[in-house]
Design a protein around this ligand. Sequence first.
Ligand code: NI
Length: 188
Amino acid sequence: MTPAHSMAAKQGCIIERRHALTDYALIYEPNPTLRETSQIVTAFDADLQELVENMVRVMHQEKGVGLAAPQLGVLRRVIVVEVAQAIEREGESIGPLPLTVLINPEIAPLGHEKIEGWEGCLSIPGYRGYVERWQHITYTAQDINGHPLQGQATGFHARIIQHEVDHLNGILYTDRTEKIETFIRSPS
Ligand code: NI
């Protein structure tokens, strides 16, 4: 049982399946699908639920902290983010971020502060880059049932959301920085 299942169960939205779960797979740069603009989600149905379950599964398998639907080759405006446990990163204490599913997310900066930090991307394995992002953001979105939700994020949490929303617009973090380096194992 994945967190997506338990979240869906809490929201009373387990839908009977008429077909086997599709196994979506991660795609990698330079796959041109990563450069396309994703479409607004209008149907909050079993297909969407299946997509989200796949996204959560891949994020967990790859030990990522976020994933966007186009990374599975699906051009829909869906992101998932999760920091399973508190971590220390570049001197910043990052608290856990519960699994959050954002459909049709829109973000806006809160204040003018920007901050640089290291990012990686599951679609660009073996690299990381030093990227400037808004330090505080607000977001609006819909949940998996189509209900509106809103929130705020700061620091690394805000960074993850900005990175994933970029994917929905065909933008990769490598577009936002010249400071890219390779690594064998990601420092954690
Ligand atoms: Ni990414």
